[in-house]
Design a protein. Structure first.
Length: 319
């Protein structure tokens, strides 16, 4: 291709890209297209240099590519900064703003969980109404004090279990969140059901004498995982409230408005699920760590998270 044909074929896109760099708010294309367009600019530069087009054209494309590079990575730094700001202040502030729904979700989840732990200490046979015999046998195997490693060991490496725990946590979180679209009933069901199952397992294993193995395993990741389930439920309840009581808006408009805080809650919950999966795969199964240390780490995790959600971001909000 001759140089004038090459320029005619791509000049429009080059002008649009330069216009975007000059004023991104008045761009002729969606800013989300910027990375793909930047790659095409780099390809044009490589072709122009390889075909030995005029130095003026190569210099122009080189300047555009350099400006695009700076703009692209400056934007990525801003995105990273926004994520950091969300974690440091936005997420805990959002949890406090949605405290009524968080409280409701917490009662729906922790209520049956704690009740069953207490009930099964006096009536251990009640567990057979909640768990199948094969499930009970599996939990016995997972938390047997004679085991060298604790928890589910369905894979050969901690890394593979990390992937499994991520999938399992995200599945629970998504079910609990998306269930809110069914007038909130789905979120209520999944919160209660998960509370019942976890409470049944914890109560039964405590009653049969697997206290140290079970609680040393769950202590480290319990605060992250259990609170993430509650936040997923609160986000689902937010959607359910919009469907049940849209107010002066249409249900669609109310759902769109409710989705903004609900999805942001889920962003935070997803990060907590990811962190919980990491702890569960690499820390929780270790048996060489003393019981007191693992319980201490778990208790510290609860205190740190409670302080984070109660206090983080308040100074910024007060400015």
């Amino acid at each position: 291709m001759r140089q004038h044909q090459f320029e005619e074929a791509h000049a429009g896109e080059w002008r649009e890209f330069e216009s975007f760099l000059d004023n991104p708010k008045k761009a002729a294309f969606d800013p989300a297209e910027m990375p793909a367009r930047y790659r095409r600019i780099c390809q044009s530069l490589a072709l122009a240099a390889d075909r030995q087009y005029s130095p003026e054209l190569v210099d122009r494309l080189n300047r555009i590519a350099l400006r695009g590079h700076h703009a692209l990575y400056r934007n990525r730094r801003r995105q990273s900064q926004r994520v950091l700001e969300f974690l440091l202040a936005g997420f805990p502030a959002l949890v406090r703003a949605e405290w009524r729904l968080v409280l409701a979700a917490g009662l729906l989840f922790f209520g049956p969980l704690l009740a069953l732990i207490a009930v099964l200490q006096a009536f251990p046979e009640f567990v057979h109404y909640l768990l199948a015999p094969e499930q009970i046998a599996s939990f016995h195997q997972m938390y047997d004090p004679a085991s060298k490693r604790l928890g589910m060991r369905g894979a050969d490496s901690n890394l593979m279990m990390f992937g499994f725990y991520i999938w399992n946590n995200i599945r629970i979180g998504f079910q609990t969140f998306a269930g809110g679209l069914l007038f909130g009933v789905g979120s209520i069901w999944f919160l209660g059901a998960n509370g019942v199952i976890i409470g049944a397992v914890a109560g039964y294993l405590t009653q049969v004498g697997y206290t140290q193995t079970f609680w040393s395993f769950v202590a480290g990741h319990s605060s992250l995982e259990l609170l993430a389930i509650v936040f997923s439920g609160a986000a689902g309840l937010r959607l359910g409230m919009a469907v049940i009581s849209p107010g002066n808006m249409s249900r669609r408009a109310a759902l769109v408005a409710a989705a903004r805080p609900a999805v942001r809650l889920m962003y935070g919950a997803a990060m907590m699920f990811l962190a919980a999966a990491f702890v569960e795969a690499f820390w929780s199964p270790l048996t060489e760590i003393p019981f007191r240390v693992k319980i201490g780490v778990g208790a510290t995790g609860w205190l740190v998270l409670l302080a984070y959600f109660l206090l983080a971001g308040r100074a910024r909000a007060a400015r």
